[in-house]
Design a protein around this ligand. Structure first.
Ligand SMILES: [Zn+2]
Length: 467
């Protein structure tokens, strides 16, 4: 099957120009100047020609941080791998990297098996896993090497959630040390969980139980402190470090300082920290619960710092931390006690559109939009140039994007299995029109034409972002 995408503007991390794309089977076969004689020949002999006139053609989005079907706080995130990857496709994301969790007392490999079973045969788009280390032992350190050989080359540890995922500085140092020998990338949830637990306890003792107190008990300084501590531990071991869901100016300052020193330190932020704020957690009644995630939404002043970080490459990646819980029955578990609200927001479907609004507003360039949503995550997690590029030999994961379209974000029209949208009623520019996943058209003419199980597990190489 040979398909030509003709007449569009190819947008990559390097810039934008009039280029036509030839897809052969699952791969990009060739590129040629738009409206050229070569393109004319392709169009004559192809099985299908897709007219992309007036549209952008870009590498499919890669969301490097999702939690499909994840148990948390006595419930499970509302999207399965099937519904979540289908929603991703609707939003122009053609690959996700989810997290396989090691439960305390069990092995890393058992965690990976369990998550592979959840995803196997049901995904609409390609997927991969990071491993969450909850229990640093001699065995789990050795298992890191095994997983690296299987294409799981990144490992996440938590400085938050004492008693659940919490890793001590000793644990983190040991995992980092191992990473320097096996080449893995260490990912850190940077919040000082021990101090935060004490702040939370005194808030509850004062009867402060509303959703807003989730935010007020996790101050940005506690993220800044933990980010700095993780960075210094990484500096001592020489391990590369990736800080997930960076949400605040103090944490960004620590990253900037480390990068200026030449350390291999990277960070991702998420659309919710760029577009939502602490005020949303203070909405009347219990509605604020819809906006409870960790780290929490910050006072609006932090947003400008994060956009700046995206421009200066101190923030390299935008991922979603997609972890949806329905308002009915799930978020409601926390009525009367904010600590019982399941932490997480839906977003996998909205990421490409939302970050495109940064282009519309002049915060970032068109090329940078593609870089932070696709190319950088591909390089960061060892997928480039198979993913994150539209180049000969790359997987034909391609999005055709209509920059002139307008749409209103709403739970009534989204495809995530969750009963609300954090961006309800937001009017935006741009829209995903067509999506190819490994050469197969899975979104087009307003319909989903993919199928569960088309998406495959993708083993990853070591990070290609290190300097
Ligand atoms: Zn997460």
């Amino acid at each position: 099957m040979r398909t030509v995408i003709a007449g569009g503007t190819l947008v990559t991390a390097d810039g934008a120009c009039a280029v036509d794309v030839l897809i052969d089977g699952e791969k990009v076969a060739a590129l040629t100047a738009g409206a050229s004689s070569i393109s004319a020949q392709w169009r004559e002999s192809a099985d299908a020609v897709v007219d992309a006139t007036g549209k952008y053609v870009l590498p499919g989005g890669i969301d490097a941080h999702t939690h499909m079907d994840m148990p948390f706080g006595g419930t499970t995130s509302a999207d399965t791998f099937e519904t979540g990857t289908r929603a991703a496709a609707w939003g122009g994301t053609t690959m996700i990297i989810d997290f396989a969790i090691q439960t305390k007392g069990s092995s890393l490999l058992a965690g990976m098996d369990a998550w592979q079973k959840r995803a196997d045969g049901v995904c609409a788009v390609d997927y991969s896993f990071h491993a969450i280390i909850s229990d640093v032992t001699e065995t789990s350190l050795k298992e890191m090497d095994v997983l690296v050989a299987q294409g799981v080359t990144s490992f996440k540890l938590f400085m938050a959630y004492p008693g659940v995922f919490y890793a001590t500085d000793r644990d983190i140092l040991q995992a980092m040390d191992r990473a320097t020998s096996n080449g893995a990338l260490i990912m850190i949830h940077a919040e000082n969980g021990i101090a935060i637990d004490a702040i939370v306890a005194s808030a509850l003792a004062r009867g402060q139980t509303d959703p807003i107190f989730h935010g007020l008990t996790r101050p940005a300084e506690m993220e800044g402190e933990a980010a700095n501590r993780a960075i210094r531990l990484a500096q001592v071991t020489g391990a590369p470090l990736y800080i997930v869901h960076l949400s605040s100016a103090p944490a960004l300052a620590a990253v900037v300082e480390a990068r200026d020193r030449g350390q291999n330190t990277f960070a991702e932020t998420c659309p919710q920290y760029l577009f939502l704020s602490q005020d949303d957690m203070d909405r009347p009644g219990f509605e604020g619960a819809k906006f409870v995630c960790t780290p929490p939404l910050r006072p609006r002043e932090h947003q400008a710092a994060l956009w700046r970080g995206l421009r200066t490459d101190d923030l390299s990646v935008v991922a979603t931390d997609h972890c949806p819980f329905c308002f009915a029955e799930q978020k409601e578990l926390g009525r009367g006690d904010f600590t019982k609200i399941p932490n997480g927001l839906p977003g996998v479907e909205n990421r490409m559109d939302l970050i495109y609004q940064g282009v519309v507003a002049g915060e970032i360039s068109l090329a940078r939009w593609v870089e932070v949503t696709s190319t950088n995550p591909a390089k960061m997690f060892g997928l480039y140039p198979r993913k994150g590029a539209v180049a000969p030999g790359s997987d034909a994961d391609i999005v055709i994007y209509d920059p002139a379209a307008e749409q209103t974000i709403s739970a009534a029209t989204h495809h995530m299995a969750v009963d609300y949208s954090c961006y309800e009623g937001m009017e935006i520019k741009g829209r995903v029109e067509t999506v190819f996943s490994r050469g197969r058209r899975i979104i087009g003419d307003g319909a989903y034409t993919g199928e569960p199980g088309h998406g495959r597990f993708v083993p990853r190489r070591l990070s290609q972002a290190l300097r």
